[in-house]
Write a protein that binds this ligand. Structure first.
Ligand SMILES: [Fe+2]
Length: 249
């Protein structure tokens, strides 16, 4: 009985992440729905370090609906965190870009070439969770005309795509790459998001995995996931197909 109890436990020793460059997180202080201040930012960074991450590109939201960030507001928040890291002797390779909601504000920024590009000419974009942008195909094309490669953040979380999986294939084949969330693989958003993330991986449609880290609740979920019995098999499946570690960070 005692033996069986341990045998059936769902935990193993915490493992490291299967990639070292993270390109999606909300750890810059005070500018979106992520970290509220530098102390929380530092604690989140320490958690990311403990998972084996070596380089982090912070990606605050830019969305006209609720987060009217600009390249300057993001740079200011980054510099605030950078100074605090220097003061405390926290070492981590960190830089910044943004997670762009496809809206009219984004269309303006695209037109004015006022975008914070990720390494290797990528750009992280996200849809509204309510409905897809009607001109997504055109946006992808406009980005490609500028030699910018779009990465759609967490495609597995959009309910309107989960129900029409053929859209994923069309988007992927049009040159839009996908970044799934570690939190989806952990089951944080629900079974459908997890199943869709694994389906995307099985189809070879996943180019990047990201933490999309906002707060300590997410840290706990990821810690548990890294200690779960299912983690090693998921890591083995994704590690060979993702490009996180190919980025020139
Ligand atoms: Fe995000």
């Amino acid at each position: 009985m005692f033996f069986n109890f341990f045998k059936s436990k769902k935990c193993i020793e915490p493992q490291k992440l299967f990639y070292s460059n993270d390109i999606h997180s909300h750890i810059l202080p005070g500018i979106d729905d992520g970290s509220p201040n530098t102390d929380v930012s530092i604690a989140l960074l320490e958690a990311m370090k403990s998972w084996g991450l070596k380089s982090i590109i912070a990606t605050p939201h830019i969305a006209e609906e609720n987060f009217e960030n600009t390249p300057q507001s993001i740079k200011n928040a980054f510099e605030k965190l950078d100074r605090r890291m220097l003061d405390l002797g926290v070492e981590m390779n960190i830089n910044f870009s943004a997670e762009y909601r496809i809206d009219d504000r984004f269309r303006d920024m695209l037109e004015n070439d006022n975008l914070l590009i990720l390494p290797n000419n990528y750009l992280l974009i996200e849809n509204s969770f309510v409905q897809p942008p009607i001109d997504l195909k055109n946006i992808i094309y406009e980005l490609q005309l500028r030699d910018i490669k779009p990465i759609l953040a967490h495609p597995e979380r959009y309910g309107y795509y989960q129900r029409k999986k053929e859209v994923y294939e069309k988007l992927f084949n049009s040159g839009c790459e996908f970044q799934i969330n570690l939190l989806s693989l952990a089951g944080y958003y629900g079974d459908r998001e997890k199943e869709t993330a694994l389906w995307l991986a099985s189809k070879g449609f996943v180019s990047f995995v990201g933490t999309d880290l906002h707060h300590f609740g997410h840290v706990e979920v990821i810690n548990r996931f890294l200690s779960s019995k299912e983690y090693p098999a998921i890591a083995d499946k994704l590690a060979p197909i993702i490009k996180n570690n190919e980025l020139n960070i």
